[in-house]
Design a protein around this ligand. Sequence first.
Ligand code: FES
Length: 451
Amino acid sequence: GRKTIDELVRADEGLVSRSIFVDDEIFQQELQRVFSRAWLFVGHESLVPKPDDYFVSRMGTESVILTRDRQGQIQVMLNSCAHRGMKLCRYDHGNNRTFTCPYHGWSFSTDGKLVERPGELVGVPGHATHYKGELDKKQWGLKTVAQVVNYKGAVWATWDPDAPAFLDYLGNMRLYLDAALDNRDGSSGGSEVIGGVQKWRVKCNWKFAPENFIGDLYHDISHRSVDIVGIGPGGGRGRRDPSATRSAICFPELGHGLLGRLPFYEEGPYAPQYARYPEVEAYYREVHERRERTLGSAMRVQTSVGTIFPNMSFHGRQPRTLAVFHPISPTEMEMWRMYLVDKDAPEAVKEAARHYFLRYSGPGGMTESDDMENWTGATEASMGTMSRELYFNYQMGVGHAEPVPEIPGCAVNGEYTEENARIYYRRWAQFMNGLSWDELMAGAARAQEAA
Ligand code: FES
């Protein structure tokens, strides 16, 4: 018979079955049990700056429309006509007051002056004649998400009306996400996506990417060539200050984790890295010093990379990127990358960032090319009848996580550990076992109380 989820994911022992990366039945269950319940990252507000702007995003395998209505509110709706399911919007982004279906011409609106709820059906060709005025338009709007949140410019949504508030779902991981969303003082979403959204498909299971971003410093060997060529933010040799230490930090009850430093560490003096670009150097130095002045030490956090369960990852403070990994099939995903800069930064700063992102990240960037090679190779070599029966090994550092009393729910490990991956797959198994939200959030609640 088929193995149970608990047989497939033996997180405490550091064992995860390869079948969860290649099996079609498990993939279908993931869509239902993870993607239709969890909070998912759907975009950044700067992609829809003006009323009626829209950006076509995805939640799981489904297309959704992220739009800013005429009242300025962000809405997220299923991109599928209520009549016969046609994909309503076939552009990637644009500006539209109503969405009209190409098949039979039904139209839907988000204008709060016109409709009671976003996505309501407002236009039906032949409503009076063909339908004899009998079709109840109120019943046939677009399906909208159950909850949507704009958190410091990042837009999150869930299909599950019973899902906890986004900030509870995020927990104290928020400290680290904040550093990715706002480079300056954490008070506002003063960032914008530059250069559009890069999207590309990779022939690997979607979980490889968030697992990597959650704290796999061990794979740095893959990026040797990057260090040799030298493609860091300032264009110098190496990618980062080798003296900067990082830890794998995780939130075991929530499934989130990162590589970074604890917030009560001092950020330290400004580390110059833009010698070739004096204007850029001056800007980041000023931003750094402003942060030192205006933020309490608890807010001066350093993140390099992190993952929010299930499929969103980010690079923290400078350079900052947001990434989301959409499932396509058990052995294919679509990666999306958004590059964040301070909205009011000088052009030279944005230009330097754009060049850095092009050579470092994205489908043509060096680090991403390295990772894709590994993930597609691992997926391909785990698809066979022999190989899919085996387990991946996540045993590095079992039993060495230490709680962080100052941050409820937080655990810290050494620099090199697979603890973060273990807590990620433990969380995945909880969702796959169909736990209720009370059960899913009980551990985090206990950690808060104990603090
Ligand atoms: Fe959209 Fe018929 S499918 S109007």
